[in-house]
Design a protein around this ligand. Structure first.
Ligand SMILES: *Cc1c(COP(=O)(O)O)cnc(C)c1O
Length: 457
């Protein structure tokens, strides 16, 4: 019998979590104005809000904290991280930032100006925010297959080359770079194939455009290339990562994902001139070159985390757990995005509640019902997140209305996953009793989903 995957670690320390009653949760979520971000974490039993900054560090990472060099300038921790980044991605220049969106802020301060157009594959919300804040326009060139949740395609994160070429030829002058998100978070943690990266590079060269990788889940992307793309079965994760990044000019990174640290980010690039320009903004917004937005100890832990996340054994157990949950939900007949992504399971809320209109924030409704049922916190990836059209002020209805159950790295066991699946099944069994969604009573002008307040209809 073939041995199943098993976690390549054992547990040395535990953190207790407490269960609450349904009555308590009904009260708490109402007090939170039906916004799950407003719940204090002690009111949550299993927290699948995000896989960002929620991972468990290893004993080696914790020891690295003690070795951190907190010198203002020239800290050894900076050079340790620089060495790891050069080794793993191949970029000689890098700047630390406090997280991924700060990396975007710094780099886009150099590269993006009013009226620019930035094609990519389903830009992440903070990426879109930083582009639109500068009065530039992101254009989504993701393949159409990504928007059919029932269709199997091994690389739903891919860029549609025809769409991209059209944008490139039409707006040639206005495009500072192409951005590729690895994995494609918004489309469901879906990977981009090596072939697609190569072809986008070829197109970019023809139009002399830079390519930037938004790299939060680059290691998970590499795992999918290894396990799904012909010709890469026998290549190591590290070899695949090096090849992926050979097609990019620069990267932004949220280290809170595949860096397996609780805070941090960086920008890395090939070009010294771009590095020098970005340095100006990094010093203004983040901090001096050799620490940016990070403590020395955190740079050390990140350098170690990058080594750990780029091993096959780690990725097999990490992605194996995400698939364990996804397959349980499928067994129960719950409509999910397929294929199951790398960091999360996405539940298709429009298929879950076909009798409720999208204008009533259906995915938010499902996330709230799941919380009430089991104290499980997921997150809406739908109309609230898509925000209003800056021109018309109307809600933008995305093609997919989903609840994301993001799995923190090395934190929960598969028993927790069984519990989550059972809670969702209970909501599914009573889905026809749920008749109405929400209306908004307060929202911020940008990134509204974090602070939105809602009322039941
Ligand atoms: C999380 C994330 C970001 C933003 O990073 P933060 O660390 O949350 O600021 C950008 N892009 C992608 C794809 C992400 O997943």
């Amino acid at each position: 019998m073939e041995l199943p995957y098993a976690e390549p670690f054992k547990i040395k320390m535990v953190e207790n979590i407490t269960r609450s009653t349904k009555e308590e949760r009904l009260r708490w979520i109402k007090e939170a104005k039906y916004n799950l971000f407003n719940l204090s974490s002690d009111k949550v039993f299993i927290d699948l809000l995000t896989d960002s900054g929620t991972g468990a560090m290893s004993d080696k990472q914790w020891s690295e904290l003690m070795l951190g060099d907190e010198s203002y300038a020239g800290a050894s921790s900076y050079y340790k991280l620089q060495h790891a980044i050069k080794d793993i991605f191949g970029f000689p220049y890098f700047l630390p930032t406090h997280q991924g969106r700060a990396a975007e802020n710094v780099l886009f301060s150099v590269l993006v100006k009013e009226g620019d157009i930035i094609p990519g594959n389903s830009h992440f919300d903070t990426t879109k925010g930083h582009i639109e804040f500068r009065k530039a326009i992101p254009i989504d060139c993701t393949i159409d297959e990504a928007f059919d949740t029932t269709l199997y395609h091994p690389f739903k994160g891919n860029i549609d080359l025809n769409k991209l070429e059209q944008v490139l030829s039409q707006h040639h002058q206005k495009i500072p770079f192409i951005i590729i998100t690895l994995t494609n978070n918004t489309a469901g943690g879906q990977p981009v194939s090596m072939e697609n990266l190569k072809e986008v590079r070829y197109l970019a060269n023809r139009y002399q455009k830079m390519i930037i990788f938004d790299s939060a889940r680059f290691a998970e992307n590499a795992f999918f290339i290894k396990t799904r793309e012909k010709g890469y079965e026998n290549r190591s994760i590290r070899e695949i990562v090096r090849q992926m990044f050979s097609y990019a000019d620069a990267m932004t990174m949220s280290s809170k994902k595949d860096g397996i640290v609780n805070i941090g980010g960086f920008i890395a690039m090939n070009d010294e001139k771009l590095f020098k320009q970005a340095t100006i903004y990094n010093i203004m917004f983040e901090g001096y070159i050799t620490y940016g937005g990070m403590a020395g100890r955190d740079m050390n832990a990140l350098a170690q985390g990058l080594q750990e996340s780029t091993t096959y054994e780690y990725l097999e157990s990490r992605i194996g757990q995400v698939h364990f949950l996804g397959n349980k939900l499928k067994e129960y007949g719950i409509p999910i995005q397929e294929p199951i992504g790398g960091h999360a399971v996405f539940v298709d809320a429009l298929k879950f509640f076909p009798h409720i209109p999208q204008s009533e924030y259906v995915a938010q409704l499902l996330a709230v019902e799941l919380y009430i049922e089991g104290g499980v916190r997921g997150v809406e990836i739908g109309t609230l997140l898509a925000d209003r059209d800056p021109k018309t002020g109307q809600d933008r209805y995305p093609k997919l209305e989903m609840v994301r159950l993001a799995i923190p790295r090395r934190v929960y066991t598969n028993n927790h996953m069984e519990y989550v699946a059972a809670a969702l099944k209970n909501v599914y069994d009573r889905r026809t009793d749920i008749r109405r969604g929400f209306k908004i009573t307060y929202e911020a002008p940008i990134l509204r989903h974090f602070t939105v307040e809602l009322e039941r209809l």
